[in-house]
Design a protein around this ligand. Structure first.
Ligand SMILES: [Zn+2]
Length: 282
């Protein structure tokens, strides 16, 4: 199968969903109108924006308010930023969730931070995960070098009432069927476009139907673009930034890996995103 460049799918009338992004990131702020134009032109009709710390919650809420029907939002504390949390963070999170039909994210475990706060990090994650069960809100998870602990937690819990998304899943493929039974979904981003990322491609091939999605993780984890194609966005260091308009390009890779058409992948992943996030649409 030949892989069409990211710009071609507009001619195919495919509809895509970006299941995980951080459009509130200050690196993207000056470019947001163009980013959203390119996302729409690429057929992206659902865009999930996940917060990372209390300080970015207002910007995430503003994005959802400004783009109803397109942007859906999640609020939470990312494992990299727990040291920034206020004493009232959990009540603040409850207040946010009472005010709007949002999810909980990005939350999770990361054993590579190296700040000596792993015990706190696990407690903060656990509190947010339990809140997502209590309130029946979708939870968006990050996990790095902590798959043993993460799987132990998730597989001991009942199926999630609203659904869990593990973004940029790099855990063991053998766990995928058991995770699906717990209403856990996994999403794939720019790393799928890197032929050397065997783990991501293996998971993408084996993800159970109805339990996988596509994500930009904008502005991080940009895809490898076709030779000769320049990215629309670069950071201060000159390196490319990811954006939701890349979703069809990532989706074409997922289609190739799973031996199906881009249209089939667009239909499947968009339907899964709509099902997972249906209560969050405004
Ligand atoms: Zn993320």
């Amino acid at each position: 199968m030949s892989i069409s460049p990211v710009w071609a799918p507009t001619t195919q009338n495919l509809v895509w969903a970006d299941a995980h992004s951080h459009l509130q990131d200050p690196r993207l702020a000056p470019h947001l109108p163009n980013i959203l134009d390119r996302a729409r032109a690429a057929g992206v009709q659902l865009l999930h924006v996940a917060a990372t710390r209390e300080a970015d919650w207002p910007a995430v809420a503003a994005l959802a308010d400004q783009h109803p029907g397109l942007v859906i939002s999640s609020f939470g504390l990312h494992p990299w930023f727990i040291q920034d949390r206020s004493a009232r963070w959990l009540q603040n999170l409850r207040d946010r969730l009472a005010a709007r039909p949002a999810g909980i994210g990005e939350i999770g475990l990361d054993a590579r931070v190296g700040d000596g706060l792993d015990v706190d990090r696990a407690a903060v994650f656990r509190a947010q995960l339990e809140l997502s069960y209590e309130l029946a809100r979708p939870a968006s998870l990050h996990c790095r070098d902590a798959w043993g602990a993460m799987l132990e937690i998730l597989l001991a819990l009942p199926p999630h009432p609203a659904g869990i998304l593990i973004h940029a899943y790099s855990g063991p493929p053998e766990a995928l069927p058991a995770l699906a039974q717990k209403n856990v979904h996994i999403s794939f981003g720019g790393t799928l476009t890197r032929p050397k990322n065997v783990r991501a491609r293996d998971n993408a091939a084996r993800a159970p139907a109805g339990h996988f999605l596509l994500e930009s993780d904008a502005p991080d984890l940009p895809p490898t673009l076709p030779a000769g194609v320049a990215p629309h966005l670069t950071g201060a260091d000159g390196k490319p930034l990811s954006e939701p308009g890349n979703i069809p390009w990532i989706g074409h890779h997922l289609a190739e890996i799973r031996g199906t058409s881009a249209g089939d992948i667009a239909a499947q992943t968009t339907a899964t995103a709509r099902r997972l996030f249906h209560n969050m649409l405004t």
